[in-house]
Design a binder for this molecule. Structure first.
Ligand code: SAM
Length: 195
């Protein structure tokens, strides 16, 4: 059911959704593990979709404050049905400063992103980086996945160099081969805008 909702959203707006199918459990475990979430960390999930990352976050880190963003209405509804009690913000990553103020948080320690960065223009990428940097703690971390087969394409390479412009340290995980398609995670530490 949620896979159909996801596909329908992709067909409606491919650049916004950026994938034909939701991430699998192997990728969700890889990305959430790479986030290095500790007790007390405030966690933001960007682009929750139908909730594979959300499920891993709630399974392993149910005591952390999770601020979950999904701008597509149908996907947000799907999330609310799947995770009763979870507040889903139908908002964009660019709105993070206002969202944080609304929930009464002052900073974010971990950003778990599934955003389709490589499908975006440089201007949109910059606007989203700005939203993230304005809320991420100086020792904060962002994790974001990318499909292995697209990593050599020009847009993906441009995105990788932007990651290095915005963070002091960027490294990659192993590939989650069980995901369709296989993907790996960028682990980005110490946002440059904050020091
Ligand atoms: C590749 S899908 C990932 C969905 C899910 N997390 C997964 O791994 O299957 C990207 C998601 O990002 C959402 N999205 C697109 N632009 C966004 C933005 N600017 N801020 C927050 N979410 C956005 C889309 O609606 C979509 O659900």
């Amino acid at each position: 059911m949620s896979a159909w909702t996801f596909l329908r959203e992709f067909l409606r707006d491919p650049a916004k959704v950026g994938a034909l199918a939701p991430s699998g459990r192997a990728l969700a475990e890889l990305e959430v593990g790479a986030a290095g979430i500790e007790p007390g960390h405030v966690v933001v999930e960007l682009g929750a979709g139908t909730g594979p990352m959300t499920a891993a976050l709630l399974e392993h880190h149910s005591d952390n404050l999770l601020i979950c963003l999904e701008p597509a209405d149908e996907l947000a509804e799907c999330l609310e049905q799947r995770f009763p009690g979870l507040k889903v913000h139908r908002r964009f990553a660019q709105d993070l400063p206002e969202i944080l103020a609304e929930v009464g948080a002052t900073k974010v320690d971990r950003v778990v992103s599934s955003l389709p960065w490589a499908a975006w223009s440089s201007t949109l990428q910059d606007a989203v980086f700005e939203g993230i940097e304005s809320v991420l703690a100086p020792d904060g971390r962002m994790v974001t996945f990318t499909y292995a087969h697209t990593a050599v394409l020009p847009n993906a390479r441009r995105f990788r160099s932007k990651l290095h412009e915005h963070f002091d340290s960027v490294h990659t995980t192993r590939i989650a081969w069980a995901n369709i398609p296989p993907a790996f995670v960028y682990v980005c530490d110490t946002p440059r805008a904050r020091h």
